[in-house]
Design a protein around this ligand. Structure first.
Ligand SMILES: *[C@@H]1O[C@H](CO)[C@@H](O)[C@H](O)[C@H]1NC(C)=O
Ligand SMILES: *[C@@H]1O[C@H](CO)[C@@H](O)[C@H](O)[C@H]1NC(C)=O
Ligand SMILES: *[C@@H]1O[C@H](CO)[C@@H](O)[C@H](O)[C@H]1NC(C)=O
Ligand SMILES: *[C@@H]1O[C@H](CO)[C@@H](O)[C@H](O)[C@H]1NC(C)=O
Ligand SMILES: *[C@@H]1O[C@H](CO)[C@@H](O)[C@H](O)[C@H]1NC(C)=O
Length: 357
Protein backbone atom coordinates (compact mmCIF):
# COMPACT_ATOMS: atom_id res chain seq x y z
CA UNK A 1 0.00 0.00 0.00
CA UNK A 2 2.85 2.35 0.91
CA UNK A 3 4.66 2.20 -2.46
CA UNK A 4 1.35 2.47 -4.30
CA UNK A 5 0.58 5.70 -2.44
CA UNK A 6 4.12 6.97 -3.24
CA UNK A 7 3.63 6.17 -6.90
CA UNK A 8 0.28 7.98 -6.91
CA UNK A 9 1.68 11.12 -5.31
CA UNK A 10 4.62 11.13 -7.75
CA UNK A 11 2.13 10.80 -10.61
CA UNK A 12 0.12 13.73 -9.27
CA UNK A 13 3.22 15.92 -9.05
CA UNK A 14 4.07 15.04 -12.64
CA UNK A 15 0.55 15.85 -13.81
CA UNK A 16 0.68 19.21 -12.02
CA UNK A 17 4.09 20.04 -13.49
CA UNK A 18 2.93 19.08 -16.97
CA UNK A 19 -0.15 21.25 -16.58
CA UNK A 20 1.87 24.22 -15.35
CA UNK A 21 4.56 24.26 -18.03
CA UNK A 22 2.23 25.43 -20.84
CA UNK A 23 0.42 27.82 -18.47
CA UNK A 24 3.71 29.46 -17.45
CA UNK A 25 4.83 29.54 -21.07
CA UNK A 26 1.83 31.51 -22.31
CA UNK A 27 1.27 33.70 -19.26
CA UNK A 28 3.50 36.60 -20.18
CA UNK A 29 4.78 38.61 -17.32
CA UNK A 30 4.34 42.39 -16.98
CA UNK A 31 7.13 44.32 -18.64
CA UNK A 32 7.09 42.18 -21.74
CA UNK A 33 8.55 43.98 -24.73
CA UNK A 34 5.35 43.64 -26.78
CA UNK A 35 3.11 45.03 -24.06
CA UNK A 36 2.29 48.79 -24.15
CA UNK A 37 4.16 51.00 -21.67
CA UNK A 38 2.42 51.25 -18.26
CA UNK A 39 0.17 48.27 -19.07
CA UNK A 40 0.39 44.60 -18.07
CA UNK A 41 -0.37 41.77 -20.44
CA UNK A 42 -1.42 38.26 -19.48
CA UNK A 43 -1.96 34.96 -21.20
CA UNK A 44 -0.45 35.52 -24.63
CA UNK A 45 -1.62 39.14 -24.47
CA UNK A 46 -5.28 38.20 -24.51
CA UNK A 47 -5.80 40.30 -21.37
CA UNK A 48 -4.34 43.78 -21.37
CA UNK A 49 -4.64 45.86 -18.22
CA UNK A 50 -3.91 49.57 -18.36
CA UNK A 51 -6.04 50.69 -15.41
CA UNK A 52 -4.96 53.40 -12.92
CA UNK A 53 -2.15 54.46 -15.26
CA UNK A 54 -2.92 58.20 -15.55
CA UNK A 55 -3.41 57.75 -19.28
CA UNK A 56 -4.95 60.56 -21.32
CA UNK A 57 -4.80 58.71 -24.62
CA UNK A 58 -4.70 55.10 -25.70
CA UNK A 59 -1.13 53.81 -25.36
CA UNK A 60 0.36 52.77 -28.70
CA UNK A 61 0.98 49.11 -29.38
CA UNK A 62 -2.15 47.43 -27.97
CA UNK A 63 -1.56 43.84 -29.18
CA UNK A 64 -3.71 42.66 -32.11
CA UNK A 65 -4.64 39.53 -30.17
CA UNK A 66 -6.21 41.44 -27.24
CA UNK A 67 -9.50 39.92 -26.11
CA UNK A 68 -10.08 41.96 -22.97
CA UNK A 69 -8.86 45.53 -22.42
CA UNK A 70 -9.06 47.22 -19.03
CA UNK A 71 -8.74 51.01 -19.24
CA UNK A 72 -10.58 51.96 -16.04
CA UNK A 73 -9.51 54.86 -13.80
CA UNK A 74 -7.68 56.94 -16.36
CA UNK A 75 -8.30 60.46 -17.71
CA UNK A 76 -9.42 60.20 -21.30
CA UNK A 77 -11.86 63.15 -21.34
CA UNK A 78 -12.90 62.62 -24.99
CA UNK A 79 -13.06 59.41 -27.02
CA UNK A 80 -12.31 60.96 -30.40
CA UNK A 81 -13.00 59.42 -33.81
CA UNK A 82 -10.60 56.56 -34.44
CA UNK A 83 -9.66 56.30 -30.74
CA UNK A 84 -9.33 52.53 -31.03
CA UNK A 85 -7.13 50.81 -33.60
CA UNK A 86 -8.29 47.67 -35.38
CA UNK A 87 -8.55 44.94 -32.75
CA UNK A 88 -10.17 42.03 -34.54
CA UNK A 89 -10.42 39.73 -31.52
CA UNK A 90 -11.48 42.14 -28.80
CA UNK A 91 -14.58 41.16 -26.86
CA UNK A 92 -14.61 43.30 -23.68
CA UNK A 93 -13.55 46.90 -23.02
CA UNK A 94 -13.70 48.51 -19.56
CA UNK A 95 -13.68 52.30 -19.65
CA UNK A 96 -15.32 53.10 -16.30
CA UNK A 97 -14.29 56.06 -14.12
CA UNK A 98 -12.12 57.67 -16.76
CA UNK A 99 -13.47 61.22 -16.83
CA UNK A 100 -15.03 60.71 -20.26
CA UNK A 101 -17.46 63.50 -21.09
CA UNK A 102 -17.82 62.89 -24.80
CA UNK A 103 -17.85 59.97 -27.20
CA UNK A 104 -17.34 61.39 -30.67
CA UNK A 105 -18.93 59.75 -33.72
CA UNK A 106 -16.69 56.94 -34.94
CA UNK A 107 -14.82 56.40 -31.65
CA UNK A 108 -15.24 52.65 -32.03
CA UNK A 109 -14.96 52.48 -35.79
CA UNK A 110 -11.21 52.26 -36.01
CA UNK A 111 -8.70 54.54 -37.62
CA UNK A 112 -9.64 55.61 -41.12
CA UNK A 113 -6.75 54.40 -43.29
CA UNK A 114 -4.44 57.22 -44.31
CA UNK A 115 -5.06 57.01 -48.07
CA UNK A 116 -8.84 57.11 -47.55
CA UNK A 117 -8.45 60.12 -45.28
CA UNK A 118 -6.60 61.97 -48.06
CA UNK A 119 -9.22 60.92 -50.58
CA UNK A 120 -11.96 62.22 -48.32
CA UNK A 121 -10.31 65.63 -47.98
CA UNK A 122 -9.80 65.82 -51.72
CA UNK A 123 -13.46 65.06 -52.42
CA UNK A 124 -14.49 67.76 -50.00
CA UNK A 125 -12.34 70.19 -52.00
CA UNK A 126 -14.05 69.14 -55.22
CA UNK A 127 -17.50 69.35 -53.67
CA UNK A 128 -20.38 66.97 -54.11
CA UNK A 129 -19.28 65.32 -57.32
CA UNK A 130 -20.40 61.79 -58.07
CA UNK A 131 -17.06 60.54 -56.83
CA UNK A 132 -17.47 62.45 -53.58
CA UNK A 133 -20.87 60.94 -52.94
CA UNK A 134 -19.56 57.44 -53.52
CA UNK A 135 -16.53 57.90 -51.32
CA UNK A 136 -18.42 59.41 -48.40
CA UNK A 137 -20.97 56.60 -48.62
CA UNK A 138 -18.30 53.96 -48.52
CA UNK A 139 -16.61 55.67 -45.58
CA UNK A 140 -19.73 55.92 -43.44
CA UNK A 141 -21.02 52.46 -44.24
CA UNK A 142 -19.86 49.23 -42.65
CA UNK A 143 -16.38 50.20 -41.50
CA UNK A 144 -15.86 48.24 -38.33
CA UNK A 145 -12.68 47.33 -36.55
CA UNK A 146 -14.03 46.08 -33.21
CA UNK A 147 -16.48 43.69 -34.76
CA UNK A 148 -16.27 41.10 -31.97
CA UNK A 149 -16.86 43.55 -29.13
CA UNK A 150 -19.68 42.26 -26.96
CA UNK A 151 -19.24 44.10 -23.63
CA UNK A 152 -18.58 47.83 -23.24
CA UNK A 153 -18.45 49.46 -19.81
CA UNK A 154 -18.62 53.26 -19.75
CA UNK A 155 -19.98 53.59 -16.19
CA UNK A 156 -19.02 56.42 -13.82
CA UNK A 157 -18.06 58.92 -16.45
CA UNK A 158 -19.35 62.41 -17.30
CA UNK A 159 -21.34 61.72 -20.47
CA UNK A 160 -24.21 64.13 -21.13
CA UNK A 161 -25.64 62.48 -24.22
CA UNK A 162 -25.20 59.66 -26.67
CA UNK A 163 -25.24 60.69 -30.30
CA UNK A 164 -26.35 58.63 -33.31
CA UNK A 165 -22.87 57.65 -34.44
CA UNK A 166 -21.14 57.30 -31.06
CA UNK A 167 -21.46 53.51 -30.91
CA UNK A 168 -21.38 52.74 -34.60
CA UNK A 169 -19.20 49.90 -35.79
CA UNK A 170 -20.13 47.50 -32.96
CA UNK A 171 -22.37 44.91 -34.66
CA UNK A 172 -22.09 42.31 -31.87
CA UNK A 173 -22.46 44.52 -28.80
CA UNK A 174 -24.53 42.59 -26.23
CA UNK A 175 -23.97 44.43 -22.93
CA UNK A 176 -23.66 48.18 -22.58
CA UNK A 177 -23.09 49.79 -19.18
CA UNK A 178 -23.69 53.54 -18.95
CA UNK A 179 -24.53 53.71 -15.24
CA UNK A 180 -23.74 56.85 -13.22
CA UNK A 181 -23.17 59.35 -16.00
CA UNK A 182 -25.14 62.59 -16.56
CA UNK A 183 -27.02 61.50 -19.64
CA UNK A 184 -30.09 63.59 -20.45
CA UNK A 185 -30.81 62.30 -23.95
CA UNK A 186 -29.99 59.30 -26.04
CA UNK A 187 -30.35 59.93 -29.73
CA UNK A 188 -32.90 57.71 -31.47
CA UNK A 189 -30.41 55.57 -33.43
CA UNK A 190 -27.64 55.49 -30.84
CA UNK A 191 -28.12 51.89 -29.64
CA UNK A 192 -27.04 48.80 -31.61
CA UNK A 193 -29.82 46.32 -32.47
CA UNK A 194 -27.79 43.47 -30.97
CA UNK A 195 -28.07 44.67 -27.33
CA UNK A 196 -29.24 42.17 -24.69
CA UNK A 197 -28.52 44.17 -21.52
CA UNK A 198 -28.50 47.94 -21.06
CA UNK A 199 -27.73 49.84 -17.86
CA UNK A 200 -28.69 53.50 -17.83
CA UNK A 201 -29.25 53.83 -14.08
CA UNK A 202 -28.20 56.95 -12.16
CA UNK A 203 -28.46 59.34 -15.09
CA UNK A 204 -30.60 62.44 -15.79
CA UNK A 205 -33.21 60.97 -18.14
CA UNK A 206 -36.70 62.44 -17.75
CA UNK A 207 -38.37 59.82 -19.95
CA UNK A 208 -37.59 56.32 -21.20
CA UNK A 209 -35.35 56.92 -24.24
CA UNK A 210 -37.11 56.01 -27.50
CA UNK A 211 -33.76 54.63 -28.66
CA UNK A 212 -34.35 51.36 -26.75
CA UNK A 213 -36.98 50.46 -29.36
CA UNK A 214 -34.23 49.82 -31.88
CA UNK A 215 -32.93 46.97 -29.67
CA UNK A 216 -35.70 44.35 -29.96
CA UNK A 217 -33.54 41.63 -28.38
CA UNK A 218 -33.07 43.56 -25.14
CA UNK A 219 -33.59 41.25 -22.19
CA UNK A 220 -32.49 43.32 -19.17
CA UNK A 221 -33.09 47.05 -18.83
CA UNK A 222 -31.84 49.02 -15.84
CA UNK A 223 -33.25 52.56 -15.59
CA UNK A 224 -33.23 53.11 -11.81
CA UNK A 225 -32.30 56.48 -10.36
CA UNK A 226 -33.43 58.73 -13.22
CA UNK A 227 -35.93 61.62 -12.74
CA UNK A 228 -38.76 59.91 -14.66
CA UNK A 229 -42.18 60.78 -13.20
CA UNK A 230 -44.63 59.06 -15.48
CA UNK A 231 -44.84 55.90 -17.61
CA UNK A 232 -47.35 55.56 -20.44
CA UNK A 233 -48.02 53.12 -23.28
CA UNK A 234 -45.49 55.11 -25.33
CA UNK A 235 -42.67 54.67 -22.82
CA UNK A 236 -41.65 51.16 -23.87
CA UNK A 237 -43.31 50.96 -27.27
CA UNK A 238 -44.37 47.70 -28.90
CA UNK A 239 -41.16 46.05 -29.89
CA UNK A 240 -39.48 44.96 -26.65
CA UNK A 241 -40.75 41.41 -26.91
CA UNK A 242 -37.67 39.85 -25.30
CA UNK A 243 -37.57 42.00 -22.19
CA UNK A 244 -37.44 39.83 -19.07
CA UNK A 245 -36.09 42.10 -16.36
CA UNK A 246 -37.00 45.75 -15.86
CA UNK A 247 -35.57 47.85 -13.02
CA UNK A 248 -37.33 51.13 -12.27
CA UNK A 249 -36.28 51.84 -8.68
CA UNK A 250 -35.97 55.33 -7.24
CA UNK A 251 -37.37 57.18 -10.26
CA UNK A 252 -39.73 59.56 -8.41
CA UNK A 253 -42.48 57.78 -10.38
CA UNK A 254 -45.93 59.16 -9.60
CA UNK A 255 -48.05 57.61 -12.29
CA UNK A 256 -48.18 54.49 -14.44
CA UNK A 257 -50.99 54.45 -16.99
CA UNK A 258 -53.06 51.35 -17.79
CA UNK A 259 -51.21 50.19 -20.88
CA UNK A 260 -47.64 51.08 -19.89
CA UNK A 261 -46.40 47.48 -19.55
CA UNK A 262 -48.95 45.53 -21.65
CA UNK A 263 -46.63 44.85 -24.57
CA UNK A 264 -43.86 43.42 -22.41
CA UNK A 265 -45.31 39.92 -22.67
CA UNK A 266 -42.29 38.00 -21.43
CA UNK A 267 -41.46 40.16 -18.46
CA UNK A 268 -40.48 38.00 -15.47
CA UNK A 269 -39.19 40.62 -13.05
CA UNK A 270 -40.46 44.15 -12.49
CA UNK A 271 -38.92 46.34 -9.83
CA UNK A 272 -40.65 49.55 -8.76
CA UNK A 273 -39.09 50.16 -5.34
CA UNK A 274 -38.67 53.61 -3.78
CA UNK A 275 -41.01 55.59 -6.01
CA UNK A 276 -44.00 57.81 -5.19
CA UNK A 277 -46.67 55.45 -6.51
CA UNK A 278 -50.12 55.38 -4.95
CA UNK A 279 -51.63 52.87 -7.33
CA UNK A 280 -50.68 50.35 -10.00
CA UNK A 281 -52.86 49.26 -12.94
CA UNK A 282 -53.55 45.49 -13.20
CA UNK A 283 -50.67 43.57 -14.81
CA UNK A 284 -52.84 40.72 -16.06
CA UNK A 285 -51.26 40.68 -19.55
CA UNK A 286 -47.84 39.81 -18.07
CA UNK A 287 -48.29 36.05 -17.97
CA UNK A 288 -44.66 35.33 -17.13
CA UNK A 289 -44.34 37.80 -14.29
CA UNK A 290 -43.14 36.02 -11.17
CA UNK A 291 -41.27 38.72 -9.25
CA UNK A 292 -42.62 42.15 -8.43
CA UNK A 293 -40.78 44.50 -6.06
CA UNK A 294 -42.99 47.27 -4.68
CA UNK A 295 -41.60 48.46 -1.33
CA UNK A 296 -40.99 52.13 -0.57
CA UNK A 297 -44.06 53.64 -2.25
CA UNK A 298 -47.20 55.45 -1.04
CA UNK A 299 -49.76 52.75 -1.77
CA UNK A 300 -53.40 53.70 -1.40
CA UNK A 301 -55.09 50.46 -0.42
CA UNK A 302 -58.47 50.89 -2.10
CA UNK A 303 -60.50 48.93 -4.68
CA UNK A 304 -58.01 49.71 -7.45
CA UNK A 305 -55.38 47.66 -5.69
CA UNK A 306 -57.52 44.58 -4.98
CA UNK A 307 -56.10 42.77 -8.02
CA UNK A 308 -52.64 43.10 -6.46
CA UNK A 309 -53.81 41.54 -3.22
CA UNK A 310 -55.16 38.56 -5.17
CA UNK A 311 -51.97 38.31 -7.22
CA UNK A 312 -49.77 38.55 -4.12
CA UNK A 313 -51.60 35.68 -2.49
CA UNK A 314 -50.71 33.52 -5.48
CA UNK A 315 -46.97 34.09 -5.49
CA UNK A 316 -44.60 32.30 -3.14
CA UNK A 317 -44.33 34.00 0.22
CA UNK A 318 -40.57 34.34 -0.03
CA UNK A 319 -40.86 36.12 -3.37
CA UNK A 320 -43.47 38.51 -2.12
CA UNK A 321 -42.31 42.04 -1.55
CA UNK A 322 -44.24 43.66 1.31
CA UNK A 323 -46.72 46.32 0.18
CA UNK A 324 -47.40 48.75 3.01
CA UNK A 325 -50.48 50.94 2.81
CA UNK A 326 -49.99 54.70 3.21
CA UNK A 327 -53.66 55.51 2.80
CA UNK A 328 -56.57 55.44 3.59
CA UNK A 329 -55.80 56.45 7.15
CA UNK A 330 -57.45 53.39 8.77
CA UNK A 331 -55.08 51.08 6.89
CA UNK A 332 -51.95 53.17 7.25
CA UNK A 333 -48.93 51.05 8.09
CA UNK A 334 -50.72 47.76 7.38
CA UNK A 335 -49.62 45.25 4.81
CA UNK A 336 -51.76 44.75 1.73
CA UNK A 337 -51.47 41.01 2.10
CA UNK A 338 -51.03 39.45 5.50
CA UNK A 339 -49.12 36.21 5.93
CA UNK A 340 -51.82 34.42 7.99
CA UNK A 341 -54.14 34.44 5.00
CA UNK A 342 -51.66 32.93 2.59
CA UNK A 343 -50.74 30.01 4.83
CA UNK A 344 -54.32 28.77 4.65
CA UNK A 345 -54.30 28.84 0.85
CA UNK A 346 -53.99 25.57 -1.09
CA UNK A 347 -50.41 24.74 -2.18
CA UNK A 348 -51.30 25.04 -5.87
CA UNK A 349 -52.19 28.70 -5.38
CA UNK A 350 -48.90 29.40 -3.68
CA UNK A 351 -46.95 28.56 -6.82
CA UNK A 352 -46.47 31.60 -9.05
CA UNK A 353 -46.65 29.73 -12.35
CA UNK A 354 -49.44 27.27 -11.63
CA UNK A 355 -52.14 29.91 -12.18
CA UNK A 356 -52.13 32.77 -14.57
CA UNK A 357 -53.17 36.17 -13.29
C1 LIG B 1 3.96 55.75 -17.57
O1 LIG B 1 3.73 56.10 -16.21
C2 LIG B 1 4.64 57.05 -15.72
C3 LIG B 1 4.39 57.20 -14.22
O2 LIG B 1 3.00 57.29 -13.97
C4 LIG B 1 4.45 58.36 -16.48
O3 LIG B 1 5.37 59.31 -15.99
C5 LIG B 1 4.69 58.12 -17.96
O4 LIG B 1 4.42 59.29 -18.68
C6 LIG B 1 3.79 57.00 -18.44
N1 LIG B 1 4.13 56.67 -19.81
C7 LIG B 1 3.22 56.70 -20.80
C8 LIG B 1 3.71 56.31 -22.13
O5 LIG B 1 2.06 56.96 -20.58
C1 LIG C 1 -7.66 52.29 -9.10
O1 LIG C 1 -7.99 53.53 -8.47
C2 LIG C 1 -9.27 53.53 -7.84
C3 LIG C 1 -9.56 54.93 -7.33
O2 LIG C 1 -8.41 55.63 -7.02
C4 LIG C 1 -9.28 52.49 -6.74
O3 LIG C 1 -10.55 52.46 -6.13
C5 LIG C 1 -8.99 51.12 -7.36
O4 LIG C 1 -8.92 50.14 -6.34
C6 LIG C 1 -7.67 51.16 -8.11
N1 LIG C 1 -7.49 49.88 -8.80
C7 LIG C 1 -6.32 49.27 -8.90
C8 LIG C 1 -6.31 47.97 -9.63
O5 LIG C 1 -5.31 49.73 -8.42
C1 LIG D 1 -1.66 44.13 -36.33
O1 LIG D 1 -2.64 44.55 -37.26
C2 LIG D 1 -2.21 45.65 -38.06
C3 LIG D 1 -3.36 46.10 -38.91
O2 LIG D 1 -4.01 45.02 -39.50
C4 LIG D 1 -1.01 45.23 -38.91
O3 LIG D 1 -0.56 46.32 -39.67
C5 LIG D 1 0.08 44.76 -38.00
O4 LIG D 1 1.15 44.25 -38.75
C6 LIG D 1 -0.42 43.67 -37.06
N1 LIG D 1 0.60 43.38 -36.10
C7 LIG D 1 0.93 42.13 -35.79
C8 LIG D 1 2.00 41.99 -34.78
O5 LIG D 1 0.34 41.17 -36.27
C1 LIG E 1 -29.88 66.55 -26.40
O1 LIG E 1 -30.70 67.62 -26.00
C2 LIG E 1 -30.14 68.89 -26.19
C3 LIG E 1 -31.05 69.92 -25.58
O2 LIG E 1 -32.39 69.58 -25.80
C4 LIG E 1 -29.89 69.11 -27.68
O3 LIG E 1 -29.28 70.34 -27.88
C5 LIG E 1 -29.00 68.00 -28.20
O4 LIG E 1 -28.83 68.13 -29.59
C6 LIG E 1 -29.58 66.65 -27.89
N1 LIG E 1 -28.63 65.64 -28.27
C7 LIG E 1 -28.96 64.54 -28.95
C8 LIG E 1 -27.87 63.59 -29.19
O5 LIG E 1 -30.10 64.34 -29.32
C1 LIG F 1 -34.81 52.15 -1.13
O1 LIG F 1 -34.62 53.14 -0.15
C2 LIG F 1 -34.07 52.64 1.08
C3 LIG F 1 -34.09 53.75 2.09
O2 LIG F 1 -33.64 54.96 1.57
C4 LIG F 1 -32.68 52.12 0.78
O3 LIG F 1 -32.09 51.61 1.95
C5 LIG F 1 -32.77 51.02 -0.26
O4 LIG F 1 -31.47 50.59 -0.62
C6 LIG F 1 -33.48 51.50 -1.51
N1 LIG F 1 -33.69 50.38 -2.40
C7 LIG F 1 -33.56 50.47 -3.72
C8 LIG F 1 -33.75 49.22 -4.50
O5 LIG F 1 -33.31 51.51 -4.29
Amino acid sequence: GHSWRDAMSRLWIMVLVLLWIPVMAIAQLPGNAQCPVNCSCFFSQWFVRCSNASLSSLPPGIPNATVELDLQHNQFSTLSAGFFPELAEISIIYLGSSGIHQVEPGAFQGEVPHDQRLLKHRTFDIGLTWLGVCVSLSLSGGFSSLKQLSVLDLSNNLLLELSDQALHGLPRLRRLYLSANRITNVSSKALPGSLRALSLDENQLTSVPAAIRTSPMLSTLQLSGNPIRKLTSLSFGRRLRSLRQLFLDGLALEQITNLAFTRLRWLELLSLRNNSLESLPPLSSLKSLSTLYLTGNKWRCDCNLIWLRTWQKKVLRKERSPVECSSPEVLQGQLLCKDQHSSSLPISLLHPLSHSL
